[in-house]
Design a protein around this ligand. Sequence first.
Ligand code: ATP
Ligand code: MG
Length: 230
Amino acid sequence: ELRFHAGKIEFENVHFSYLDGKEILRDVSFSVMPGQTVALVGPSGSGKSTIIRLLFRFYDVKGGSVRVDGQDTSTVLQASLRSHIGVVPQDTVLFNDTIRNNIRYGRVTASDREVEEAAMAADIHDRIVSFRDGYDTQVGERGLKLSGGEKQRVAIARTILKSPQIVLLDEATSALDTETERNIQASLARVCANRTTVVVAHRLSTVINADQILVLKDGQILERGRHEEL
Ligand code: ATP
Ligand code: MG
């Protein structure tokens, strides 16, 4: 049984290809100290989301290793690994269930009050209570439709409630209006505070605030450093 405490992340000489065999990541090495934020930047297709997927172990590496708190993630039960990691994907897909259960998915024992507090911190509470059935509103084909930004804030609420040591964020590339943008940034800052964060960054503000920036190109790290160094 593994024990993650701090949330240190290490990629060591990682090589990766999907099923078609084309090399997607080549000799990628970096480490993130507990509580720090690393921002991944680079052109479309350079391998940013792939790094996030490897950390969550959607796939296994083809060479090298991914370690969390010194433990090779390939030797750890997937469920155990994932219980310590929160993910806010580029395009959040919600479950066909109530909003409450969608938020509670991160920690099924959470009370209604805790669910609501997480929703407030993610700046989605007001929107939820504006529905006739509030938190009991069904999400799904015939249920309510939420915008991309709203769905992402539900995923942020879920992550706040889960309170994992590690947060993986794939920032939305879609243009958001200024107020939504500000709200999302504020709630993201809340979810990342004091947690190890790997963020695929499309926003300059995210890059500026990162402890370390990795510039990817064609699956390799081209440059690394803080914003003022690059
Ligand atoms: P974007 O900024 O557009 O999100 P990205 O840097 O996140 O790009 P990745 O999604 O990591 O890029 O993809 C890296 C490369 O891997 C791309 O060439 C992509 O076409 C390829 N790729 C991604 N997913 C798969 C898959 N499931 N099977 C095969 N190739 C894939
Ligand atoms: Mg991507």
